[in-house]
Ligand binder design. Structure first.
Ligand code: ATP
Ligand code: LTN
Length: 335
């Protein structure tokens, strides 16, 4: 029976075009077990406005992201795909959980520190309390697993603490979710600076590979990717001494399934000049069908609308069950 299935949930902000990092760290792992899990995936548009967005671009990217989720293999018949702002129960639960999330906890979030350093002119309350809304996004659906990249682990841990705090005051209310972080691909780094994470809002377009990018642009970016200025110039797994090569090895491994030892052997004696284009080809091959299918889906707005409407209806139904329970526990009068 459906409600005996374990639950998976995750989301991504439509704050920029999805990157190879979003795919390898998160989306790739979402569809894999749709038969086994009850899966909810959403476009986190409410989170996006913690950083100033152009309204038309936000609307466009939200729909593009939905098309890309489907093109990455998330079948809307088997996964509930929805837009965060279509499910107001999440924001209502977010307010309640804000009151159970401590200032000190929020102050320790590295995403807040990074984003407030990058947006000094707009350090708003939403950017600071964002993790309480993320906790609500998650806990509303009582998931067992939250598949995310390494950078989101801290937010999922905060979610667990908030859920435990609430449960200890009011009795068992929330299931305590586990982060699900892939072994390879959990932290893809920028191609122009292997010490910083590949990110869709990076100002330098050469650091990121976008899911919708053309083959020739992908190949060009990999040819130019920053490798290390060591003298040996061989393909060897040593993330501390050779972060640029380690990043490319991680990408190649995630795209081809080859372990690091096999990659070292494959490029033994060939150097970076042969390795970088090979990684580019592997990525271009991986992304080509996703790009083509997304383009096809984006032309069918009526279909996308039917998907997000059905998704919101199902998500709202589940989220309301949790919210109703929470309202009762904290002492709100039932309507
Ligand atoms: P932004 O630049 O808007 O902060 P982002 O590119 O950092 O966005 P998110 O929207 O924060 O990406 O992340 C979407 C999902 O993809 C999250 O689960 C995140 O952990 C994962 N992810 C993002 N970037 C990477 C990356 N470089 N490597 C691996 N996983 C990533
Ligand atoms: N914070 C995440 C996006 C996000 C999310 C979520 C991920 C918002 N709500 C709930 C998993 C579960 C990010 O910035 N990548």
């Amino acid at each position: 029976m459906e409600n005996e299935k374990k639950v998976m949930l995750s989301g991504i902000q439509p704050s920029g075009d999805l990157t190879l990092g979003s795919y390898l760290g998160a989306i790739k792992h979402w569809g894999a077990r749709a038969e086994e899990f009850d899966c909810y995936y959403f476009m986190a548009d409410m989170h996006s406005i913690t950083v100033r967005q152009d309204p038309a671009a936000l609307r466009r990217r939200t729909l593009e992201q939905l098309a890309q989720y489907i093109a990455c293999g998330l079948d809307p018949e088997k996964n509930t795909l929805f837009i965060q702002s279509h499910v107001p129960e999440q924001a209502c639960l977010g307010w309640v959980l804000n009151c159970y999330t401590m200032f000190g906890e929020l102050s320790r979030m590295t995403q807040f520190k990074d984003k407030s350093a990058k947006n000094k002119e707009n350090i708003n309350g939403g950017l600071f309390t964002y993790p309480a809304l993320m906790a609500a996004d998650i806990l509303a659906y009582q998931p067992d697993f939250v598949p995310v990249g390494e950078d989101q682990k801290q937010h999922v841990e905060l979610t667990r603490n908030v859920a435990q705090r609430f449960n200890s005051i009011y009795g068992e209310t929330f299931k305590i979710p586990e982060p699900y972080i892939p072994k390879v691909g959990a932290r893809i780094m920028s191609l122009s600076d292997p010490t910083s994470k590949m990110s869709k809002s990076d100002k330098d377009p050469n650091g990121s590979i976008y899911l919708m990018e053309r083959r020739e642009d992908i190949l060009r970016k990999f040819k130019r990717a920053v490798t290390d200025c060591d003298t040996e110039r061989c393909v060897r797994w040593d993330p501390a001494a050779k972060p640029g090569v380690a990043n490319l090895m991680q990408i190649y491994s995630a795209c081809t399934g080859k372990p690091y030892e096999d990659i070292e052997r494959e490029f033994d004696g060939l150097g970076y000049g042969a390795f970088k284009p090979a990684v580019g080809e592997a990525v271009a091959d991986l992304l080509q069908p996703i790009r083509e299918e997304s383009g096809r889906l984006l032309a069918d707005k009526a279909y996308l609308e039917s998907v997000y409407r059905a998704g919101a209806e199902k998500a709202s139904h589940t989220a309301w069950k949790t919210l109703r329970k929470v309202y009762k526990k904290v002492g709100f009068v039932a309507r």
